[in-house]
Design a protein around this ligand. Sequence first.
Ligand SMILES: Cc1cc2nc3c(=O)[nH]c(=O)nc-3n(C[C@H](O)[C@H](O)[C@H](O)COP(=O)(O)O)c2cc1C
Length: 185
Amino acid sequence: MSEKEISSKEYYGFIAPRPTVCVSTIDEEGNANIAPYSFVTPVAFDPPLLAISSGLEKDTLLNARDMEGFVVVPLTESWMKKGIETEVSLPREKSEFEEVGLTEKKAEKIGPYHVKEAPVNIECEYWDEFHGEDHSLLIGKVVHISADERAIKNGRINLEELGSICHVKGEEFSVVKEAEKVERE
Ligand SMILES: Cc1cc2nc3c(=O)[nH]c(=O)nc-3n(C[C@H](O)[C@H](O)[C@H](O)COP(=O)(O)O)c2cc1C
């Protein structure tokens, strides 16, 4: 087997495809913000911690820190295009929800909005951060999960019905609709 050396900065293309979400926040004036994130990971069960890694200057990170919360919204096939389009950078007072045609819905326990079109919305309270040179790992404590009946199968997301959207790299995405059972001894 011949080996090819790859720049260490390209590592994330080999941790792929990555489940992709939109992260919804509000600023101090209550303006809504939403953006896609694929650097996303569960961190712990007790307390239930969930983290995203964000560029240091991004509104998502600044809002989540200032307002002490954010909503993680797993991206599914029905609103895939709009969710990805929320990447657009707008002035703080303009909402990406409105820009791409998504609907804000009041959350149960925190300030930022749910995405009405999304089957699952996960509310997180700000917990902590781990700062890197260019990104910060923003850690939230899950305080509420809203899921449509049709979004649930065997205690997990109904990916067979909904299609879980994962980012590969650049313009490439996977729509995951199959879960294979692997029997373990
Ligand atoms: C599929 C996809 C995944 C992304 N994942 C991340 C990520 O994990 N971390 C990050 O900082 N930016 C990520 N981005 C870029 C942000 O979404 C983008 O910079 C956005 O404009 C940030 O918006 P904000 O400044 O309102 O937070 C991703 C973009 C796309 C399209």
